[in-house]
Design a protein around this ligand. Structure first.
Ligand code: CA
Length: 224
């Protein structure tokens, strides 16, 4: 299921959004402040974000700029601000689309579908096969000898990043930013810990990895 994080402080609208999105088979989480929204973006790893600009603690634009420091998740902005300057500013700050309040739920759903399509082109690999295991990105699961391997959300997220770039090096900074949010970019030992866990679960011989490779001083690479 596609995960949508709704960052909206008005309880009635937040509830209506959650109900509508769940009825349309989205997995929904709601944050009522900018801070909790950023926390959800860093830790829940949504596939889409609906972001209200008028929040009680932070300006939604600042939330958007902070998010774009480490994530390219599609963001559809909601705002009562009507001028084209506001729209341009939001799009320049990295919003994928802009919906002015009040809006029809059908319109928002259409905008969300379009934003998700733009960010997941048809040539993205839905399934990455290695000689030892299979990463099914679309269904968020990994199979080894036909059996599903249980991964923690962070392990899965790291593997997914590597699988989406199969054969290519993914930089440590990029991985850390994706996994831990923007503030922990020096804590590279996290990456080593998660990579060691993934090797234990997926490599035929974890001490001599064939697939989950370290590029010294640079990052990591998934080799089929
Ligand atoms: Ca608001």
């Amino acid at each position: 299921m596609t995960r949508v994080l709704v960052v909206e402080d008005e309880p009635t609208l937040a509830r209506a959004l959650a109900i509508t999105l769940r009825a349309n088979r989205y997995d929904v989480a709601v944050a009522h402040t900018g801070a909790s929204g950023l926390d959800g973006m860093a830790n829940w790893h949504p596939d889409l974000v609906v972001l209200d600009l008028g929040l009680p603690d932070l300006d939604g634009m600042d939330v958007l700029r902070a998010l774009r420091g480490w994530s390219q998740v599609p963001v559809v902005v909601l705002s009562a601000r009507q001028t084209s300057t506001d729209k341009v500013n939001a799009l320049d700050a990295g919003a994928d689309d802009y919906v002015t309040k009040p809006f029809a739920m059908d319109e928002l759903l259409a905008r969300l579908r379009a934003a998700a399509r733009r960010r997941s082109p048809d040539d993205a690999p839905p399934v990455v096969e290695t000689a030892s295991f299979t990463v099914d990105i679309a269904h968020r699961r990994v199979l080894r000898d036909g059996q599903e391997v249980r991964l923690t959300p962070t392990e899965w997220h790291m593997l997914e990043m590597l699988a989406r770039n199969v054969g290519k090096v993914v930089g440590r900074r990029e991985l850390l930013a994706e996994l831990r949010g923007p503030n922990l970019d020096r804590e590279t030992h996290y990456l080593r810990v998660y990579l060691a866990q993934l090797r234990r679960k997926l490599e035929p011989d974890p001490t001599h990895p064939r697939h989950l490779l370290t590029e010294p001083g640079v990052g990591y690479r998934l080799e089929p």
